[in-house]
Design a protein around this ligand. Structure first.
Ligand SMILES: Cc1cc2nc3c(=O)[nH]c(=O)nc-3n(C[C@H](O)[C@H](O)[C@H](O)COP(=O)(O)OP(=O)(O)OC[C@H]3O[C@@H](n4cnc5c(N)ncnc54)[C@H](O)[C@@H]3O)c2cc1C
Length: 427
């Protein structure tokens, strides 16, 4: 990234703002940014090209959010990067309308992001930021061991990565792996052998549907909670996903806020009712052809350890609400949740950043991170403040609102008014 010509000094490109990660969070920021300033912004992403949880995409998987919640519409519906404009310009508007989807295919949302990414033209792919430091010039990011860019401000949109539980270690990796690997490893699996899917969330459910659709006949679904919970998508639950509620949360003390956020987690962190229905219907179809259910549901099982058995099977040991259990299977797919990706601050910068008692970044209402000696340079972060900004923090529902709040703060003026007053709920 650093430009070097023979006999000339190396110059590192300079931007007003660098975003690390080019997922929906930073794409939304880049989209709004481009319409309000002539300053330069660049995004860096480790991926080789546009994508959105690509290993977990396949025909049939659906969005949990409506199409109006795109990169821009909630604050700027006349922006050229609306989902509606994507449909019109790509010629698929009528085909999509007439398909009458209740929820959009996730593949369509990925295509939309790729379309927007191309139009934005600010993403540097195959660029994993290895370290972020603070210099006299501002922030400097390093890619492939070289300084790649410097900037006034930094926006972290690092997202999440799948958790790889310790009990997978020591098991044959071609038969015991995480959900992201299912597509690649599927051809080598035995369709008739007992197969466990561990993890009672949406990704676990989607793995089951994929296995069922590929002809697997003996699937055991193990989940930690006492039942496979579906998302509360009621009007009242959706009140939690609007600016007025986020504002309310920020007026609470930390422990009360945390309690409320934990209490409302199943409004977002659970399974779509449509997905559960699809599973039940496929399982019933299986009963009609096999004479037994191809999927056994095992809620309330918390897998703690595993053992490879001499005959090649894998023993999963779990706790339950009563006595511990063992389940012997041939193959294991783990959908054990996701964890935040930490920012690669160098030691000096990390020293200056403020973390809370749980080791999380201290994030202000404007998504800025508290750090010492800012000297006008700001760090913002998306998707890393569940306990200050609530559940909207992790999903797509408030992308442009969050981006607008950041831009208002970064440029120190109200570029985008955030107004949400017509609300029947008094929190
Ligand atoms: C399968 C799945 C489906 C989902 N569906 C929905 C849904 O329907 N509705 C909803 O509201 N939410 C959904 N979510 C929640 C999810 O958090 C958001 O969809 C969204 O992807 C978050 O966007 P993001 O930009 O913050 O992070 P991400 O999309 O995770 O993007 C982060 C990017 O940062 C890059 N990166 C990380 N570290 C570095 C580094 N050091 N250098 C360079 N690049 C780096 C990564 O390569 C990645 O591209 C879903 C999540 C998953 C896993």
């Amino acid at each position: 990234m650093t430009i070097t010509e023979p006999g000339k000094q190396r110059t590192t490109p300079r931007y007003h703002t660098i975003g690390i990660g080019a997922g929906p969070s930073n794409l939304s920021l880049a989209a709004l940014y481009k319409n309000v300033t002539t300053e330069k912004l660049a995004l860096f992403d480790a991926r080789p090209g546009a994508g959105w949880h690509t290993p977990l995409l396949y025909p049939g998987v659906r969005m949990q959010t409506g199409w109006m919640k795109d990169l821009v519409s909630l604050v700027d519906p006349r922006h050229e990067l609306t989902f509606l404009n994507y449909l019109v310009t790509s010629g698929r508007l009528y085909a999509l309308i007439n398909s009458q989807f209740d929820s959009l295919p996730r593949i369509e949302y990925e295509r939309y992001l790729a379309w927007a990414t191309e139009r934005l033209g600010v993403v540097n792919f195959s660029s994993r930021v290895e370290s972020i430091s603070i210099t006299d010039d501002g922030f400097e990011v390093t890619v492939d061991g070289e300084p790649a860019a410097v900037s006034e401000h930094l926006v972290l949109g690092l997202g999440t990565r799948p958790v790889r539980p310790a009990y997978l270690h020591g098991l044959p990796e071609e038969r015991a792996f995480i959900a992201d690997e299912l597509g690649a490893r599927m051809p080598a699996l035995d369709h008739n052998a007992p197969t466990a899917v561990v993890g009672g969330g949406q990704t676990g459910l989607e793995c089951i549907l994929r296995l069922l659709g590929s002809g697997f006949t003996d699937i055991r679904w193990l989940g930690r909670n006492q039942w496979f919970r579906s998302i509360d998508d009621s009007p009242m639950a959706n009140e939690l996903y609007r600016p007025s509620h986020i504002e309310f949360l920020q007026g609470l003390n930390r422990s009360k806020r945390r309690e409320m956020i934990d209490d409302s987690r199943y409004s977002g962190d659970a399974i779509t009712p449509g997905g559960l229905r699809a599973l039940y219907q496929s399982n019933y179809d299986g009963l009609l052809t096999l004479g037994r259910f191809p999927v056994t549901l095992l809620p309330g099982r918390d897998v703690r350890s595993s053992t490879p058995l001499p005959d090649g099977d894998i023993r999963l040991c779990c706790t339950t609400s009563t006595t511990p259990e063992e389940h012997d299977v041939r193959q294991v797919v783990v959908a054990g949740g996701r964890e935040h990706v930490e920012a690669p601050f160098d030691d000096e910068l990390r020293e200056r950043i403020e973390f809370d008692d749980d080791g999380q970044l201290l994030v202000e209402p404007d998504y800025s991170v508290r750090w010492k000696g800012m000297n006008g340079h700001r760090i913002y972060t998306f998707n890393a403040s569940r306990y200050s900004h609530g559940l909207t923090n992790a999903g797509l529902t408030q992308l442009p609102v969050r981006a607008a709040i950041v831009l208002n703060s970064m440029f120190d003026r109200e570029i985008y008014p955030i107004s949400d007053e017509l609300c029947a709920v008094q929190w």
